[in-house]
Design a protein around this ligand. Sequence first.
Ligand SMILES: *[C@@H]1O[C@H](CO)[C@@H](O)[C@H](O)[C@H]1NC(C)=O
Length: 360
Amino acid sequence: MGRHSLLALLLLSLLSVAVATAEFDDDDLLIRQVVSDGEDHLLNAEHHFSNFKTKFGKTYATREEHDYRFGVFKANLLRAKLHQNLDPSAAHGVTKFSDLTHSEFSQQFLGLKPLRLPADARKAPILPTNDLPTDFDWRDHGAVTPGSCGSCWSFSATGALEGAHFLSTGKLESLSEQQLVDCDHECDPEQYGACDSGCNGGLMTSAFEYTLKAGGLEREEDYPYTGTDRGPCKFDKSKIAASVSNFSVVSIDEDQIAANLVKNGPLAVGINAVFMQTYIGGVSCPFICTKRLDHGVLLVGYGSAGYAPIRFKEKPYWIIKNSWGQNWGDDGYYKICRGRNICGVDSMVSTVAAIHTSSE
Ligand SMILES: *[C@@H]1O[C@H](CO)[C@@H](O)[C@H](O)[C@H]1NC(C)=O
């Protein structure tokens, strides 16, 4: 490599760090300090930890607990830095999960069962892909409810049904995750495939199967989210607000995924969430990421605009709605690059159709 190309490389990497930091430092200085080299991130760890506690309202019962969490926090600063190096087009840093070990994080916020298809899952028909829009986002077409939370799989399933229900009735209803968490576990593995079990994990296709068999889902307001596991099932058939007509599994082909998204509404997808614990913004496109799916999310659109200039130009991405609240990621959303099934995002995609139900 000649001197010029070395120089260009150096300039490029400097520039990309500058771009990555310039774009995100308006919020706070966390990223800049996390990505900068040397010891300052450790020297500043105390300062960051104190900001973190204030920002996310964290308190710890004992001095021991506090010190332990500070240790975890420091390890996560280093992990964020590693993620930043592996995933330079996104911004990684301190998030509300920075005091959790990865296994605590997985246990509390992930939970996707291995894929086993329920009896009524079909294969999505192959759709034409020649006149797909270049950019598309269901949020611009009113089919996505504002931020919500729930066990990931139930959130992903209700999100897809909310979109499908909107397409079939013109009405946007927020649907009950809690009904799925409480009621969708009395299943026969032989008949249904994987069983869903509340906060211990589930699967979107099994949630569609449950919803099909049960008759439908109630509204969020009628069966609100409590965040607790396995209360008694309080499903009231007379309050059904949306019903599943049929659902299918979409092939791994990215154009088919886009076509199904545009035609049928937001899609329920599985993903590996390892980079999501430290994600702050930008387009996540890690050089390496396992395809082991451990998280359920909602695919709502795709695009290529708004990408950081020069090195990351025109890299197309998926727009993903997550269930960790608006104070996580890009206002509750995650962007991940398209093109190579990154983190397994293309490998477990399902689509649902709703039937019109009148509950007035
Ligand atoms: C539902 O069934 C119809 C009719 O067979 C089919 O055209 C459509 O693609 C299916 N939709 C989904 C989401 O499975």
